[in-house]
Design a protein around this ligand. Structure first.
Ligand code: ADP
Length: 217
């Protein structure tokens, strides 16, 4: 299976699309956001270090992220292919990742850019809720993505929570970080000839179908 890198602004739907592709193809799912939130939940030294940065919409240091990733891609669920959801997010990370792949003799695969405007992404972020137990992503205002019972995970039956960085104010900061630090990766991967673009449609199934075409094309 082709490895996948999702390149997209915050709240474009990387996590939701990843869940759907993991279910269809059995990819390993590497979400740097989830890895970091897990460290915060467990209040590890790393978690304590990154908590306020993340709450403030800032990026975590490249060194921390590279260390997390280099361990995670060696895990057995990633052997036959994996999705990078939230990495690389800076040019330094992209270059370090190339070095990592060279050393491991693995292929980059395909980079899928999800196209979405700032207003739509902001609306999605502010209405996103997740299950603290299984990590499933819901959206309060989407018929397709709202939970069956208000505020409760369909599967785990526990209360859904809003992410600390999904407020209007923090979203604006996250978006600025993205434009400044992540957007240059668009050209980086375009020049390598591995970049494909899909649109963030209103329906997650339309977006999913476009991704499937790329993966199987
Ligand atoms: P979203 O789903 O909105 O794109 P993520 O869950 O991927 O957000 O990331 C949440 C936060 O975690 C980021 O705003 C940033 O603080 C931190 N983070 C995640 N991935 C990286 C990365 N590759 N480099 C630096 N910081 C990161």
């Amino acid at each position: 299976m082709k490895n996948i890198i999702f390149l997209a602004p915050p709240a474009a739907g990387k996590g939701t699309l990843s869940e759907m592709l993991v279910e269809k193809y059995g990819y390993g799912h590497i979400s740097t956001g989830d890895l970091l939130r897990n460290e915060i939940k467990k209040q590890t030294d790393l978690g304590k270090k990154v908590e306020s940065l993340m709450k403030d919409g800032k990026f975590v240091s490249d060194d921390i992220i590279i260390e997390l990733i280099s361990k995670r891609i060696m895990e057995s669920d990633c052997e036959n292919g994996y999705i990078l959801d939230g990495f690389p997010r800076t040019l330094v990370q992209a270059e370090k990742y190339d070095e990592m792949l060279n050393k491991l003799g693995k292929n980059l695969g395909v980079v899928i850019y999800i196209d979405i405007d700032k207003q739509t992404a902001m609306k999605r972020a502010c209405s996103r809720i997740t299950c603290p137990k299984c990590g499933r992503i819901y959206n309060k205002y989407s018929n397709e993505m709202k939970p069956k019972h208000d505020g409760m995970c369909d599967d785990c039956k526990v209360s859904l929570i809003q992410r600390a960085d999904d407020s209007e104010e923090t979203f604006a900061k996250r978006f600025d970080e993205y434009v400044q630090k992540t957007m240059p990766l668009y050209d980086y991967y375009k020049n390598k000839g591995v970049l494909k673009t899909i649109k963030a449609y209103e329906s997650k199934y339309d977006t999913f179908n476009e991704a499937v075409k790329i993966i199987e094309g």
